[in-house]
Design a protein around this ligand. Structure first.
Ligand SMILES: Nc1nc2c(ncn2[C@@H]2O[C@H](COP(=O)(O)OP(=O)(O)OP(=O)(O)O)[C@@H](O)[C@H]2O)c(=O)[nH]1
Length: 704
């Protein structure tokens, strides 16, 4: 038999009951007033007094056998006669004067039928009344119990594994109380219980790993566990002892016994225990950060008297287990977060270049998938996505992200175990039915998504849940289950649930990814800006035909050289040249061929110049060489070398060209204009003197 739904309360209903009928039955069950039964269990005796402790209001019908005083005498007499002076004084000082709102435990000696008896008293306020619940203390051995609790405190501190911790707790409790079966029962988010640890004797059947539907422990019973951690039923079949009178003198409802230990067992619960084969039961609530987390549940196959002191010691053991368990949970959670943070520590790849979204997912995705136990990870950025592992098609990822962007809050994770039950169902693919999605904080259309596969599993229920409901007086009511024989259903269409800590880890991951992808976008933008700047700079400073410096850049170069020369006396020279008979060349071979010649000359000369020298086009077919750290003689030698270089260029069918070079060198007091004019004069002389030659003009003596 297979069931695809998740709600165990629905599981309780065979198909002939409607959902509304089941809901109404559950609600009726949850209203059952279990805290005001008007009776107690026979293991003790209850006395309720006026708040000023002057009058007995109610007493349980077993007072004669328990305290040696008849109900009539107790109600007519003084509280002192019922409880004894010692307890009455303690009540006054410990509960009334200190205004305790929760229950206190007191012990007292009192004579009963000529014999001194020791009593354990749980005392508490209930409405206007002060309530005293008395139990006999048979063989008080406080030291043994203190030792047991102390030993447990030491042992608990040494256990580093939650499963071992809970198993050990059930073992120690079983050794202490002798119950045939001791279990830790954990609630899920829908209040179904699952037995996660168990110690039992061979005669008790195992409930380990079994589920109990939420209706087994209805809401009002769970609420009682928030008020009162312990529920002890030493004899499940013992008849209840009524309170006399049934209500307090001025009250219309029976006494609220939420804080006590003797509260009578509701008939429905008695029937439940009997059907389960349980003769005695003891449950201690386990809270995690104020919320009921589970129960330590002890079952005796027969009735099993339980010393009140032992019950208190057991409660202390369970309470001291919870902080340790929370610590171990917190440690495991911290480890997960730490792993996620560690994997984010690498902000760039080995070469120092920032990785883009795709690079990041490819590089770290496998690790994240392993840590988060997921099948696929995708980063959806607007209309595009990148990812790793098993994922829906890109258009489906984008459609899901689009829906999330429009309909979900962006500051908290969105998750599901069953996509088919959400509006994202149309885009679900295959068995990827679990999704955890977090918006990147920088951009609401960017989503980090993790997918989990369906995790089909069987749930073993303790008894067939359909056994529960029945029709009484034309109404569906919940009755205790009659059969606890194992029954199994199969859960389909669901992935493993996303834990809170996993949501947090993915939230942190999304934050880091947002920073990394923004950094990458900024880096890319910078790179583009840088390239554009370089291009602009080249355009502004270089000659478009030859690629050498343009006139503007050359002027800057001469000015810089002039400054360096004036300040540090760094000499430099200018070489101005143009192509001989270039007009004729152009006329013969065409302007384009002329251009080609200028390019060839530039390439050849640039190869033969030093790094510190610069070649620039001064205008038309005129070029300038700025030769740094260079005096006239050296400059003239350089010019000669350049002349020869040009003359040796083989232009194929175009033949060869020559250049005439005018050289001048810096003299103190020179300006750019003066320098260029001297170079021009020198070049003119070279032309005049026959071309294809070098001439030098020094500064005039007047200038020197
Ligand atoms: N192809 C080409 N020709 C250019 C360029 N700039 C200037 N010229 C030409 O260069 C020639 C220069 O001619 P002129 O100033 O008469 O001098 P020349 O013919 O070289 O004679 P000399 O300099 O006296 O040897 C002109 O025909 C210009 O059109 C250019 O960028 N490309």
């Amino acid at each position: 038999m297979a069931s695809t739904h998740e709600d165990p309360s629905a599981l309780n209903a065979p198909t002939r009951y409607s959902a509304a009928q089941v809901a109404a039955a559950l609600e009726a069950c949850a209203r059952e007033p279990v805290h005001i039964p008007g009776a107690i269990q026979p293991v003790g005796c209850l006395v309720s007094l006026d708040a000023d402790l002057k009058r007995v209001r109610q007493i349980s019908a077993n007072s004669e056998t328990f305290l040696g005083i008849s109900v009539a005498a107790a109600l007519a007499g003084e509280p002192r006669e019922v409880l004894g002076d010692e307890l009455l004084n303690l009540l006054d000082t410990e509960l009334v004067k200190k205004q305790h709102s929760s229950a206190c435990v007191l012990t007292t000696l009192r004579e009963v039928r000529g014999e001194q008896r020791r009593f354990h008293a749980v005392v508490y306020h209930s409405g206007d009344a002060v309530v005293v619940e008395l139990e006999h203390l048979m063989c008080p051995d406080g030291h043994r119990l203190l030792d047991t609790v102390n030993n447990w405190l030491v042992e608990v501190g040494q256990l580093d594994d939650i499963d071992v911790l809970l198993d050990t707790l059930t073992q120690r409790v079983q050794e202490l109380t002798g119950h045939e079966r001791v279990m830790v029962y954990r609630f899920d988010e829908k209040w179904n219980g699952r037995v996660i640890a168990e110690t039992r004797l061979p005669e008790a059947k195992s409930f380990l790993d079994h589920y109990f539907p939420a209706s087994d422990i209805p809401a009002q019973v769970r609420r009682l566990y928030d008020i009162n951690r312990v529920r002890s039923i030493p004899d499940a079949s013992a008849p209840a002892v009524p309170l006399v009178p049934p209500c307090g003198p001025s009250e219309a409802v029976p006494l609220d016994m939420s804080q006590g230990v003797l509260r009578a067992v509701a008939p429905i619960h008695q029937e439940y225990l009997t059907n389960m084969g349980v003769g005695a039961s003891l449950s201690v609530a386990m809270h995690e950060e104020g919320r009921l987390w589970g129960l330590l549940a002890c079952h005796g196959l027969k009735s099993r008297p339980l010393e009140a002191d032992l019950r208190d010691a057991l409660c202390a053991m369970v309470q001291s287990t919870m902080p340790r368990m929370m610590l171990l949970h917190a440690r495991a959670d911290t480890r997960l977060l730490q792993h996620i943070h560690d994997s984010n520590d690498i902000l760039s790849d080995e070469s120092g270049r920032l990785l883009g979204p795709d690079g990041l997912v490819q590089r770290h995705g496998a690790q994240w998938l392993e840590l988060l136990d997921a099948e696929g990870i995708a980063l959806v950025i607007g209309k595009a996505s990148c990812g790793l592992g098993t994922l829906p098609a890109e258009e489906n990822l984008v459609a899901m992200a689009d829906w999330l962007s429009r309909f979900q809050q962006h500051d908290s994770p969105w998750h599901t175990q069953a996509l088919e039950k959400t509006p994202l169902a149309p885009w679900q693919e295959g068995d990827l039915c679990g999704l955890l999605a977090v918006a990147l904080p920088t951009e609401s259309t960017h989503w980090l998504m993790l997918f989990r596969r369906e995790q089909r599993h069987s749930r073993r229920w303790a008894g067939k849940p359909e056994d529960t409901p029945m029709i009484r007086d034309g109404q569906l009511i919940l009755t205790p289950r009659r059969s606890f024989a194992q029954w199994q259903d199969e859960v389909r269409g669901q992935s493993r649930a996303w834990r809170n800590i996993e949501c947090r880890a993915v939230g942190d991951l999304a934050k880091n990814l947002a920073v990394l992808t923004s950094n990458h976008e900024i880096a890319q933008l910078n790179e583009r800006l840088h390239r554009a700047n370089r291009k602009l700079k080249n355009l502004a400073f270089s000659d478009s035909l030859t690629g050498c410096w343009n006139r503007y850049r050359m002027e800057q170069g001469i000015d810089a050289a002039l400054n360096a020369a004036e300040r540090y006396y760094h000499p430099f020279a200018l070489l101005l040249f143009d192509v001989d008979h270039f007009k004729q060349f152009n006329d013969t071979h065409g302007h384009e061929a002329g251009d080609q010649v200028l390019v060839e000359i530039t390439r050849a000369l640039q190869d033969s110049l030093r790094e510190s020298d610069a070649l620039g086009r001064w205008g038309g077919e005129e070029f300038l060489v700025l030769a740094n750290h260079c005096e006239t003689q050296e400059a003239t030698r350089l010019a000669e070398r350049l002349r020869q270089c040009v003359a040796s260029i083989d232009l194929g069918k175009l033949g060869r060209v020559t250049i005439s070079i005018g050289v001048t060198s810096w003299h103190p007091g020179d300006t750019r204009k003066r320098l260029v004019a001297r170079a021009d004069e020198a070049m003119y002389q070279a032309k005049e003197n026959g071309r294809n030659r070098v001439e030098t003009v020094e500064a005039s003596p007047a200038q020197v």
